[in-house]
Design a protein around this ligand. Structure first.
Ligand code: PLP
Length: 455
């Protein structure tokens, strides 16, 4: 029987040679707290009749616990789901240009609010805004933390305590409980529901204007489609009606493409330019969806309205930081040069030819000596183009318990996130970044092949 008095003290363990390395790596306080936790656990184990491990074994346990605590919770991984803009997996990977700009802005000081010509205080709004107005033709632009914040700011600055008319078909929940009606109320605006779930007519908005609406809101339905007996006024009708009554039209584009998604064989997604072309007053969209940049909420539109947004106290609370502005500006510059298809990762993914994807899936299959290449579909995700898919080729693993294999793929040092289709684990090469292929194959080998078959 081991007695509790045989359990070593914290000081005794700290003096062991094995503790020296841990002390250097994790620091005194953290190490002591991990030793205390380990001793606490030992006490109950000894009480339960277990044998006492030696000092080295105790410290090994302490090391393992410290290593586990030091693992970042935010880990890089391989997206093999074929969902290009996967919100849970961090949406758009950045371009090389954006990474470089990020690096420079992050590592040193920068002219965030400093005018190099005059040597006086400058404005942080100008950085991405100049590029945004150039690309979209908007009078003015503003960047905040994300699109949800942009909508909140727009509604707060334009329509506080006033009724905002929106079609019942657009009272959507975007995800994770983010609901347009809630944001509307939070902004202090009053929700004025117009039309019905499936059909809303221009006449409904006319009545809303006559009933005292202060603005119209058009929200992209984002992640669902209404089919069948449906009708909605389009952006132009909404803008014309709003302006006929002297009201502003606010547009939440959601994903907000800056180029026509039809070039990738997808449906046409209303772009920022489309909304501006019909003379919408305030247009908001995300930076990290179809734009392919960092998380940001972009606002473009008329200078009179954007000035109200800029002056609103909320703007200060949700403004973009230097890292966001650096990465966003570098991304926008790519658009200005018309190089998005070749330089922005998510556009490269959207543009990939199915034959090239098939070749890649076949190469993986050949290297593994396992799996089956089948045709399938990739999706855009991120609340863009609901229901739209791109033809792709998948490496499938029929006959292997899907949930078990998914778990083993996630457990790799460089986790692999796959997808289950028809009870099979499938991997879509479309969303696997070029630099990650070797790690993917290594992870697959570890997860699938029995040890004896590995080279
Ligand atoms: C994604 C989305 C938002 C939220 O954008 P974030 O940048 O994630 O805050 C708002 N509205 C619509 C229609 C969306 O699709």
């Amino acid at each position: 029987m081991t007695s509790l008095r045989q359990i070593p003290s914290v000081d005794h363990l700290l003096q062991q040679p094995a503790a020296e390395l841990l002390l250097r790596e994790f620091g005194h306080d953290w190490l002591v707290s991990a030793i205390r936790d380990a001793l606490e656990k030992l006490r109950s184990e000894v009480k339960a009749g277990k044998a006492l491990p030696n000092d080295d074994a105790i410290l090994e346990g302490v090391a393992a616990s410290l290593e586990a605590q030091a693992q970042p919770t935010l880990r890089p991984l391989i997206n093999a789901t074929g969902v290009v803009l996967h919100t849970n997996l961090g949406r758009a990977p950045l371009s090389g240009e954006a990474l470089q700009a990020l690096d420079q802005a992050a590592a040193g000081y920068c002219s965030l609010e400093f005018d190099l010509e005059s040597g006086k205080r400058g404005k942080r709004d100008i950085h991405a805004a100049q590029l945004l107005t150039k690309i979209t033709g908007a009078e003015a632009a503003l960047v905040v933390n994300n699109n949800a914040a942009a909508i909140l700011l727009a509604l707060s600055a334009v329509a506080k305590r006033k009724p905002v008319a929106i079609s019942r078909a657009q009272l959507v929940e975007i995800g994770d409980g983010f609901r347009i009606p809630d944001v509307l109320r939070l902004s202090g605006a009053k929700l004025m529901e117009v039309g019905t779930t499936n059909r809303t007519h221009p006449r409904d908005f006319e009545l809303a204007a006559e009933a005292g609406a202060a603005a119209f809101l058009y929200a992209h339905p984002s992640n669902f489609r209404i089919e069948g007996f449906t009708s909605q006024p389009d952006l132009r009708e909404m803008a014309d009606l709003a302006h006929a009554h002297g009201l502003p039209l606010l547009v939440d584009l959601g994903s907000g493409a800056l180029v026509d998604t039809a070039v990738y064989g997808l449906a046409h997604e209303p772009s920022a330019q489309d909304a501006l072309a019909v003379d919408a007053d305030v247009v908001t969209f995300s930076g990290d969806k179809l734009l392919g940049g960092p998380q940001a909420g972009i606002v473009v539109g008329k200078a009179v309205w954007l000035e109200k947004l800029r002056k609103h106290p909320l703007y200060r609370a949700i403004r973009a930081d230097k890292l966001c502005l650096a990465a966003l500006s570098a991304t926008l510059l790519i658009y200005l040069k018309g190089q998005q298809t070749s330089h922005i990762p998510i556009h490269q993914m959207l543009a990939r030819a199915p034959e090239a994807i098939k070749e890649q899936a076949s190469a993986w299959q050949a290297k593994l000596g396992l799996g089956e290449v089948i045709s399938g579909f990739s999706t855009v995700g991120g609340g863009s183009l609901p229901g739209e898919t791109l033809p792709t080729w998948l490496l499938a693993f029929p006959g292997m318990p899907a949930n078990n294999l998914m778990a083993r793929l996630r457990a790799q040092p460089f986790p692999i996130i796959a997808r289950i289709q028809d009870d099979m684990v499938v991997l879509d090469p479309r969303t696997v970044l070029p630099g990650q292929e070797a790690m993917l194959l290594e992870g697959l080998t570890q997860a699938i092949l029995p040890k004896k078959d590995r080279e």
